[in-house]
Design a binder for this molecule. Structure first.
Ligand SMILES: NC(=O)C1=CN([C@@H]2O[C@H](COP(=O)(O)OP(=O)(O)OC[C@H]3O[C@@H](n4cnc5c(N)ncnc54)[C@H](O)[C@@H]3O)[C@@H](O)[C@H]2O)C=CC1
Ligand code: BAL
Ligand code: NA
Length: 505
């Protein structure tokens, strides 16, 4: 597919089905991380705009055109959105690349996932109609009970910048499928494609207020959404510290949250791998895909001592072969990290690792041929100790740290030696061993003989400090439903006879 040249659309906030200027008229710059240039501006919402969006969402839930829809009717909107996203795929992929820095072909594949995800939740919305009301068998005949699965209400969706439109979709598609009215707050570092979703919603005639999109800063636009008394739930993906702030604020209102908070995932490689090159490629992909900015990145390589020298030698050869360039260039496999702040943060992690005694086996710096942009070489760090920062903290950049092991027990201990618990991978020919590791890994996701492939049908989420709750699959729909018990007394002409009736005194 040809990469199109593109103009950055100038948008407002998307509230109540229309584009509206933020009340304070503030805007934030859009920065292309490949050249550090300001390429446009996004509107910056504040508390007042959040309040308007919440009112619009409430009104959508009260109106028949959204609040009384069947799953099948909502499925039509979701399919129409999917079709529009597909139609605009080249432009959306280009906008994503210019805003986020990920290679264009990765952005295009994200857009394919966005389409598939909207279509998938259209199917689940339809299926919901037959599960909306289910009977629950009781142990007696004088009562009967059924359960209703209703939309939870107004939901706040706060998303990160690493897969901008895809993470938006992971939340928006199930929320709309369930019949909620959603307010999306995308990351200020990459909001363009989420705003374009607003235009798509307008084009397909999604009822006003069913989805509002408020770009802006976390503390100005995200925080009031979390604290708003009329928002029933918050679904968040992002950093641990922000997750803690959100959970703390939501707790004041006993507001439910789901949190997806990154990690420091292990990839355990045994000496009985099927093929050296295949294992090396999965190791690289597991850490350097999306320019290394993956919440589930398997950024700790735990390699069996017996194979370590030859594995690392081959890993180096493959790493040197990775094309680092402007992400719009064909065959680019590693683009810049998202921002100046992230660039400095990643380089600081590398210099601290060096200061603490680790060895930078490869990379660790800006590639010489790229003078501008937030580029960092793919970096491999060895001689790592479990007390080091690089072993313990999420870098969110193209940085892999390596540790060797002798026995299976030692490998499991190292794999679980983290406060996080999102992903974990094992590469080995021995499937019984893979089974033992699957059980032992303290994580929400396990990859066997691969790392990172992510599909929309299975559940996604973590344990420990990677958060809680599950997205994707049918699990995500549950996040946006209220389960209501309805119990009926089926012999209303018979007295309950708990109190003494005054007429019988
Ligand atoms: N787990 C993941 O997928 C991600 C992890 N990160 C990690 O987080 C670090 C910081 O990156 P940020 O972009 O600052 O992540 P962040 O977690 O602060 O931002 C994620 C989203 O939360 C919003 N937000 C920030 N403060 C908020 C608040 N008080 N209330 C409500 N919403 C708020 C942001 O505007 C954004 O939409 C990165 O260096 C990286 O290590 C970043 C993005 C994604
Ligand atoms: N690759 C799945 C989602 C994430 O990294 O945030
Ligand atoms: Na950007």
């Amino acid at each position: 597919m040809a990469i199109p040249n593109i103009r950055i659309p100038c948008r407002q906030l998307f509230i109540d089905g229309e584009w509206r200027e933020p009340l304070k008229k503030n805007r934030l710059p859009i920065i292309n991380p490949a050249n550090e240039e300001i390429i446009g501006y996004i509107p910056a919402a504040t508390e007042e705009d959040v309040d308007m969006a919440v009112k619009a969402a409430r009104s959508a839930l009260r109106r028949d055109d959204w609040g009384s829809t069947t799953g099948a009717q909502r499925a039509k909107y979701l399919r129409a959105i999917a079709a529009k996203v597909l139609e605009k795929k080249p432009e959306l992929a280009t906008l994503e690349t210019i805003d986020n820095g990920k290679p264009w072909f990765e952005a295009a594949s994200d857009i394919d996932d966005v389409v598939a995800c909207f279509e998938y939740y259209a199917d689940l919305a339809e299926a919901l109609d037959s599960k909306k009301k289910t009977e629950v068998k009781l142990h007696l005949d004088s009562f009967k009970t059924h359960v209703l699965r209703e939309p939870l209400g107004v939901v706040g969706l706060i998303t990160p910048w690493n897969y901008p439109l895809l993470m938006t979709t992971w939340k928006v598609a199930p929320a709309l499928a369930a019949g909620c009215a959603a307010i999306l707050k995308p990351s200020e570092l990459a909001s363009i494609t989420s705003l374009e979703l607003g235009e798509i919603c307008r084009e397909v005639g999604l009822p006003p207020g069913a989805l509002s999109i408020l770009t802006g800063l976390g503390h100005e636009a995200g925080s009031p959404l979390v604290s708003h008394p009329d928002v029933d739930k918050i679904a968040f993906t992002g950093s641990g510290p922000t997750g803690v702030k959100i959970m703390t604020a939501a707790a004041q209102l006993v507001k439910p949250v789901t949190l997806e908070l990154g990690g420091k995932s292990p990839i355990v490689v045994f000496d009985d791998i099927h093929d050296l090159d295949i294992a090396v490629e999965w190791t690289l992909f597991g850490c350097f895909w999306t320019n290394g900015q993956i919440c589930s990145a398997t950024s700790r390589l735990i390699i069996q001592e017996t194979i370590a020298p030859q594995f690392l030698a081959r890993l180096l050869e493959w790493t040197k072969n990775i094309k680092i360039s402007d992400p719009l260039e064909e065959d680019c496999k590693l683009g810049p990290v998202i921002s100046r702040g992230q660039y400095e943060k990643v380089l600081k992690f590398i210099s601290t690792a060096k200061d603490e005694g680790a060895t930078i086996l490869y990379g660790g710096d800006r590639p010489e041929h790229l003078k501008k942009g937030y580029y960092i070489q793919p970096t491999i760090i060895t001689d790592v100790d479990t007390s080091m920062e690089i072993w313990n903290e999420e870098v969110f950049g193209p940085v892999l740290c390596v540790k060797t092991f002798k026995t299976e027990e030692e490998a499991i201990e190292l794999a679980n030696d983290t406060k996080y618990g999102l992903g974990a991978a094992i590469l080995s020919k021995d499937l019984e061993r893979c089974e033992r590791f699957t059980k032992a890994f303290q994580s929400g996701v396990v990859w066997i003989n691969c790392s990172q492939p992510c599909f929309w049908q299975p559940p996604w989420g973590g344990k420990k400090r990677s958060g809680f709750g599950r997205e994707l699959g049918e699990w995500s729909l549950e996040n946006y439903l209220n389960i209501k018990q309805v119990t009926q007394y089926v012999t209303p002409d018979e007295p309950w006879a708990f109190y003494k009736s005054p007429s019988k005194l």
